[in-house]
Ligand binder design. Structure first.
Ligand SMILES: C[S@@+](CC[C@H](N)C(=O)[O-])C[C@H]1O[C@@H](n2cnc3c(N)ncnc32)[C@H](O)[C@@H]1O
Length: 307
């Protein structure tokens, strides 16, 4: 991503969560606060863009849509996988975070936090938790400006850790903060591995394994390697990979082989506890829905524990 500009994908995903919270039921993930982090112009920008997508994707069917709301719903639920990707993984993460806190985790480290609203949505969880939002300085500065404009009081348990992973390691960045390496911790790393090299992903995971005590855990999502093979990739994932490069200037470059992940992580000091594929994700979070949401093809969730 650009060194100076806040991540565009982080903003887009947050507004997808916001739109879902305002318009869909039942909720896959209820990010009831994200809406307030956007200006009227930004909301209009995203909604206008989503209104145009059906015409580009399937002009004939687009012509039959009754109104703008129907066009947006079709875009978000079916055409673009972004909403399913972010809603499912955020729900999975916070469900597992609750379990981890019950088992003694004291710190929640949100890597590549973007416009995550956890600390403001879940104040009851802060009785037992220190939260570290680790993100690129440009994205974090932008978010902090929005938090200030929203007038939200920042809890003392919230710690901002700016870091550019291309310049500095996670360990160095956390060492600058009040992060306690002795305390059991829970890390999330959502929507970020796609944009990094394989080496950078494994370096960060190794850092977590070295930095956090045994029993700490990390959740991250990843695309499988088929997503990057045009003959094998699902149509909407091919479009996503094209658009994140061409429109957002945040190219997706890396996928992983789900069948090799357990061995890859074991070499880093992590035990792969869960490795969900789109079918597993459908069963957990999407089955029975009457709208069009379904899990993103090629997206997987990994839950790994520090040995
Ligand atoms: C697709 S967004 C995901 C945001 C959030 N986790 C979510 O699910 O909505 C990717 C995030 O990774 C961060 N990021 C990308 N490259 C980075 C880098 N080199 N150093 C630190 N953070 C980076 C961006 O700032 C952004 O917040």
């Amino acid at each position: 991503m650009s060194k100076k500009k806040a991540s565009f994908t982080a903003q887009g995903l947050a507004y997808m969560r916001a739109y879902h919270a305002m318009h869909d039921n039942p909720k896959i993930f209820d990010d009831s606060l994200a809406y307030h982090l956007f200006t009227e112009d930004e909301r209009a920008f995203f909604e206008n863009a989503w209104t145009q997508v059906p015409k580009l994707y399937d002009p004939e069917r687009a012509a039959s849509l009754p109104d703008r709301a129907a066009a947006i719903a079709w875009t978000l639920q079916t055409i673009t996988p972004g909403p399913s990707m972010t809603l499912g993984r955020s729900r999975y993460t916070e469900e597992n975070l609750e379990k981890a806190v019950g088992q003694g985790s004291k710190q929640y480290v949100i890597l590549g936090a973007g416009f995550d609203t956890f600390v403001f949505r879940r104040p009851e969880m802060l009785e037992k938790l220190q939260v570290y939002e680790v993100d690129h300085p440009a994205t974090q500065a932008f978010k902090r400006d929005r938090l200030a404009k929203a007038g939200w009081e920042q809890p003392v348990q919230l710690h901002f850790v700016p870091v550019d992973f291309e310049q500095e390691s996670l360990a160095e960045a956390l060492t600058r903060s009040s992060y306690d390496p002795q305390a059991r911790s829970f890390f999330s790393w959502l929507g970020v591995t796609y944009y990094l090299t394989r080496d950078a992903v494994f370096t960060t995971l190794r850092t977590i394994a070295n930095l956090a005590p045994a029993g700490s855990a990390v959740i991250f999502d990843y695309l499988d390697t088929d997503a990057f093979i045009p003959e094998k990739a699902a149509k909407r994932v091919k479009i996503l990979i094209r658009d994140t490069r061409q429109v957002a200037d945040e190219p997706m470059i890396t996928g992983f082989d789900p069948s090799a992940l357990a061995a890859d992580l074991a070499r880093l000091g992590l035990r792969l506890q869960e490795n969900l594929n789109p079918f597993d994700i459908e069963k957990r979070h999407f089955r029975g829905r009457k709208d069009g949401y379904y899990p993103c093809e090629h997206q997987h969730y990994a839950l790994a524990v520090v040995e």
